[in-house]
Design a protein around this ligand. Structure first.
Ligand SMILES: [Zn+2]
Length: 171
């Protein structure tokens, strides 16, 4: 029951932000609206809108402009969808890679926790395509993230990426 209510509350917030796109919205404005609308439609009190807003921001639906100010940018949300693997894509990548880390070959049997990784990282323009996906264990995934953060590692990755981009995307 609580889950269902949470969904309705989230939908209500989404409804508000979709009607107010591309505008910096201060916290009280949205909270007042959802409180009133929720009460009007269900007769109940909307609990903890802050948490629901935070969740929407964490999931990438909202952009946090500043403390207590959020913005909904439909273009950004669409882009995000473009860059994130869908469950179907994830499954296809896992199956293609045989449920094993593409780097070290460890699988679930060996106790590895598997992730689906963007070969060309999202923030470098890598798309969510099965071709740009690979299975990594949490250890290799961590190492790759670390590599991305150091200057020499970044250089090294960028060279690899150029080569990979040609191979994957034909560019
Ligand atoms: Zn690995």
């Amino acid at each position: 029951m609580e889950y269902k209510n949470n969904c309705i509350q989230k939908d209500l917030l989404i409804e508000f932000f979709k009607e107010n796109p591309n505008r910096d919205i201060k916290h009280p404005e949205v909270v007042d609206w959802v409180f009133a609308t929720y009460k009007e439609r269900t007769g109940k009190v909307f609990r903890d809108p802050d948490r629901a807003i935070r969740q929407l921001s964490q999931s990438g639906f909202l952009i946090k402009v500043a403390k207590g100010i959020y913005r909904y940018d439909p273009k950004k949300v669409q882009q995000k969808e473009l860059y994130d693997f869908t469950p179907v894509q994830k499954k296809a990548i896992l199956e293609r890679d045989g449920y094993k880390c593409a780097q070290c070959g460890m699988g679930k049997k060996e106790g590895a926790e598997l992730h689906v990784d963007h070969i060309i990282p999202k923030d470098w323009g890598g798309l969510a395509t099965v071709e740009n996906g690979q299975v990594l264990c949490s250890r290799c995934n961590f190492l790759k993230k670390n590599l991305k953060q150091t200057t020499s590692g970044k250089k090294c990755l960028l060279i690899c990426m150029k080569w990979l981009r040609r191979r994957i995307m034909g560019k």
